[in-house]
Design a protein around this ligand. Structure first.
Ligand code: NAP
Length: 259
């Protein structure tokens, strides 16, 4: 299917690896020029070079912390005329509800709620002026079903979800859609790191821990960054103009719910 977005320009935040990179690659495969962002310049440049070579699109990079005001300003300056915005950042650390203080919540809110809101506030107006735009926020399955160890994520992402629910309906009349993609377990550095920590805490080998976790999923596996990127690219396509303010769960059927 031709997604009809060849020649558009997208900003994909936190995209040198994992789900962000999956989204960037799926958009590049459709002929979308990219602004990529991550904190580590070396990894970011390597990803940008691979995407340029593979898809022949223009890729600009901004090495910056998207959770910081300076990082957001640098990214916005480079990406001020984008048609597509994919919001993403690293996830907050795991822990227990008794561990977290105000500073921990502020850090989680900065990365996973206030950064995407700042980018939307900066970039939505020019999309609305053009009469076309797409925003996809990478959130988490924790929005639908809380993950006990990820209370910081549960909290910050719920805040972003509320903001999107109201804002998406206000920008839709101008041809701009905002939706959230909720990853369940996907095979990235993040999930591998979490498996390492959780298996160590339980005193079991990491392979054993991962195999038991994956066996609980109806598909019997983790999702891939490529599958995630394909869903993102569709939400950014010409065909998705009537999908507004939705929270789309990509979890292999792990959440056992009828609706
Ligand atoms: P990942 O594999 O660890 O990749 C994270 C990417 O984001 C890297 O490119 C990293 O590069 C960049 N990044 C991290 N913090 C950043 C920041 N403050 N500013 C700019 N770039 C930043 O993670 P992932 O699995 O793709 O996860 C992406 C998001 O989805 C996270 O918020 C995660 O919590 C959420 N999520 C993931 C899963 C899953 O199963 N994978 C499930 C639910 C939710 P640098 O480190 O160089 O900055």
């Amino acid at each position: 299917m031709d997604l009809g977005i060849k020649g558009k320009k997208a900003l994909v935040c936190a995209s040198s690896k994992g789900l962000g990179r999956g989204c960037a690659e799926a958009l590049a495969a459709e002929g979308v020029d990219l602004v990529l962002n991550a904190r580590t310049a070396e990894t970011l440049e390597a990803t940008a070079a691979e995407i340029r070579a593979k898809y022949g699109v223009t890729v600009t990079t901004v090495a910056a912390d998207i959770a910081s005001a300076e990082g957001q300003a640098a990214v916005i300056e480079t990406a001020k005329n984008v048609d597509i915005l994919v919001n993403n950042a690293g996830g907050p650390p795991a822990g227990k509800w008794t561990d977290w203080d105000r500073e921990d919540f502020i850090a989680a809110l900065d990365a996973n709620m206030l950064a995407p809101i700042a980018l939307m506030k900066a970039l939505l107006p020019q999309m609305m002026d053009k009469g076309w735009g797409r925003v996809v926020n990478i959130t988490s399955r924790s929005v639908k079903a809380p993950i006990a160890a990820l209370g910081l994520s549960n909290s910050a992402r719920a805040g972003l979800t509320g903001y999107v629910a109201g804002t998406a309906r206000q920008v839709a009349p101008k041809g701009v859609t905002i939706n959230n993609l909720l990853p369940g377990n996907h095979d990235t550095d993040r999930i591998r790191g979490m498996d390492k920590k959780m298996s160590a805490a339980q005193g079991v080998p990491v392979e054993e821990y991962t195999a038991a976790r994956v066996a609980q999923n109806p598909t019997g596996r983790d999702g891939t960054a490529e599958e995630f990127g394909a869903a993102c690219a569709f939400l950014c396509s010409q065909h998705a103009g009537y999908i507004v303010g939705q929270n789309i769960l990509l979890d292999g059927g792990m959440l056992n719910a009828t609706l």
